[in-house]
Design a protein around this ligand. Structure first.
Ligand code: AMP
Ligand code: ZN
Length: 138
């Protein structure tokens, strides 16, 4: 299914042009217009899924395999020193475009970017409580 109001549906299906790194029947990989670093790319399924939770398992598997292939090409050909795979779900997690996508972000020594979090310091009891909550509702 495509969503007529979704910009990534339009880009993935070639209705809006993009800098395409890779394309097959199910995915298009494009250069991000606001890259965190040179070569930052996005894996877009051609079908519309808002986020990871809506993604069928076979599409999830194929998306990661496709990301792996492009990541290797980008990393090698741009001479990157590292690479982050990032995937945001929901505004609270930084998702701004509600069409599932995987970020491929090559990293360079001293590129000045920060992709990370502030580590917490839970007690063993708190961790056990978290584990119980997750497993009780699994
Ligand atoms: P997210 O915040 O995970 O939803 O990521 C959305 C990403 O899409 C951001 O990195 C934007 O820079 C990028 N983006 C938004 N619109 C376009 C576009 N038309 N072409 C390419 N990248 C885009
Ligand atoms: Zn879409």
């Amino acid at each position: 299914m495509k969503d007529d109001n979704c910009i990534f549906c339009k880009i993935a299906n070639g209705v809006i042009p993009s800098k395409t790194v890779y394309e097959d029947e199910n995915f298009r990989i494009i250069l991000d217009l606001g890259p965190a670093a040179k070569g930052h790319a996005l894996v877009l399924p051609k079908e519309h899924y808002a986020n990871l939770f809506d993604l069928p398992e076979d599409v999830a598997a194929a998306a990661f395999v496709t990301a792996k292939k492009a990541a290797g090409m980008i990393y090698k050909n741009l001479g990157a020193d590292g690479l982050n795979i990032v995937q945001n779900n929901g505004a609270a997690a930084g998702q701004t475009v509600p069409h599932f996508h995987i970020h491929i972000i090559p990293r360079y020594e001293n590129d000045g970017q920060k992709i990370g979090w502030v580590p917490g310091n839970p007690s063993d009891e708190e961790l056990s409580g978290t584990l119980s909550e997750i497993l009780a509702k699994a």
